[in-house]
Design a protein around this ligand. Structure first.
Ligand code: EPU
Length: 440
């Protein structure tokens, strides 16, 4: 176990390159299991979520080998097990992603309840209903599900509410189903399209025919592919917020305007500077930031994954900002830590006229102790302190807070950050951050 020690107050300056997208890489690994021959994936981040997925694949008998320069190979050859262990379910959200390839091979998949970040209950009801529409029979046990089908059959499914993971799982599962599947009210996240492009390169027939409708024509088998994972847009926002909050100037290589629309609009409103060119986007401080409200939404809205970083940025903006989280029901764990740093931030529940339409989580998963919005007053000089990281984005947010704060902060829970960012501390150091690691 390690901790970060951060001496804050340095403006970040220079150029930083993005890594492969956390929320794409792991699912391509799983989709590749349809083939017995190795697929080659480029631009892979060596992060906890990928290593965990690779470990689950190996546990099932599949093969994953990491090469140099972020290239890896994966194949479903020797996949002999259809049961994911309980332990793998605790470690990763990915268990339902395995259903398609396992059913294709064995007619059966046994999956534990998925784990992942502690940002809400994160049920999989929408995944399971979707799989039933493809003819899967689902037996529910206290800690796992048995999912059975000789072969999945094409069908029609309309998601009751947006789900990024649910959309992925249905696409992967329908890829080798018998016949055509029509999916409606699907997620529009770019990482879903990365998956579609990969499956099509494997010989799949998947197309987004309308922004929120995907048609999958099932094929009998998929072949290996050579594919480059998209760059991580959440990392782009992490470095952009770090540049603006530390009054710095950072060129983010490979950041793409088309994936960052809602963020760039917010940066414009807050008074931050940015310049787009064909290699990436430069973000720079150009004077006192202005308080700016955001409401998180599924893509193409302002991403929930950016909410914590934005909250930190708003501690440096003049006036009162409101940050309203609508995707996950409990994503403000970092606020207690931020309060210890003397941030002026209060949680509250805003009046919402039609919660069923506004909130992406199931309303029955909400609890009286959860808050869905934060009121932040700035600018505030943050004080260094010891902070506890509880999930990947909260971790990046608290690193950012410590980079702004006066004095030395200590951050426990480095492993949470490493689930989603490769060498974040090293890359921040190259931009001039004083951040070190120490064994606990
Ligand atoms: N939901 C349900 N039932 C379901 C599925 C989802 O109630 O069957 C709820 C969730 O609990 C949540 C909301 O619907 O409140 C949206 O969930 P969604 O399925 O869209 O999210 P996800 O697939 O679990 C992925 C990313 C998240 C990212 C969201 C939104 C991965 C591994 N995770 O989660 O990333 O925030 O999509 O784009 O791809 C992160 O990177 O830190 C992270 C949490």
């Amino acid at each position: 176990m390690e901790k970060f020690i951060i001496d804050g107050g340095n403006p970040l300056k220079g150029e930083v390159s993005l890594c492969g997208a956390k929320n794409s890489g792991f699912k391509l690994l799983i989709a590749a299991l349809y083939s017995n021959e190795p697929s080659t994936l480029h631009n892979f981040s060596k992060i906890g979520d990928v290593l965990t997925t690779a470990a689950v694949i190996k546990e099932l008998g599949g093969q994953v080998s990491f090469g140099e320069n972020h290239v890896l190979q994966v194949s479903g050859k020797n996949l002999t097990k259809q049961n994911l262990s309980q332990e793998s379910g605790q470690l990763s959200r990915a268990s339902t992603y395995f259903v398609g390839p396992l059913i294709h091979r064995f007619g059966k998949a046994v999956i534990p309840n998925p784990g992942g970040c502690q940002i809400g209950r994160r049920p999989i009801d929408r995944h399971l209903e979707g799989l039933k529409a493809l003819g899967a029979q689902i037996k529910e046990f206290p800690d796992h599900y048995e999912i059975l089908a000789k072969r999945l059959k094409g069908g029609y499914f309309a998601f009751p509410k947006n789900t990024h993971g649910g959309t992925d799982i249905m696409i992967i599962s329908a890829a080798c189903a018998e016949g055509k599947t029509i999916l409606e009210n699907v997620a529009q996240e770019p990482e879903v399209d990365d998956l579609i492009a990969f499956l099509n390169q494997m010989g799949g027939k998947v197309s987004r025919v309308e922004p929120r409708t995907i048609v999958v024509r099932g094929v009998d088998e998929l072949k290996p592919a050579d594919y480059t994972v998209m760059y991580d847009r959440n990392e782009a926002v992490t470095f952009a917020c770090a540049a603006l909050a530390t009054k710095g100037d950072v060129f983010v290589l490979h950041a793409e305007e088309k994936y960052l629309g809602a963020f760039l609009e917010a940066v414009r409103k807050v008074g931050g500077g940015y310049q787009i060119d064909r290699r990436g986007i430069r973000f720079y401080y150009q004077g006192q930031l202005r308080a700016t409200d955001i409401v998180t939404q599924p893509y193409p809205g302002f991403m929930t994954d950016w909410m914590g970083l934005w909250s930190i940025l708003m501690t440096q903006a003049k006036g009162e900002s409101i940050v309203h989280e609508t995707v996950f029901e409990n994503r403000f764990a970092f606020v207690n830590e931020l309060k210890k740093m003397e941030a002026k931030i209060e949680l509250f529940n805003p009046r919402v006229d039609n919660p069923e339409a506004i909130y992406n989580f199931n309303l029955e998963d909400d609890q009286p102790q959860y808050f869905h919005a934060a009121r932040i007053i700035g600018p505030t000089e943050l004080e260094a302190t010891t902070e506890e990281i509880t999930d990947v984005r909260a971790g990046a947010s608290l690193i950012l807070a410590s980079l702004i704060a006066k004095g030395k902060s200590e951050l426990l829970g480095v492993e949470h950050v490493e689930r989603g960012y490769e060498n974040l501390d090293g890359r921040l150091r190259l931009l001039g951050a004083k951040i070190a690691r120490k064994k606990l």
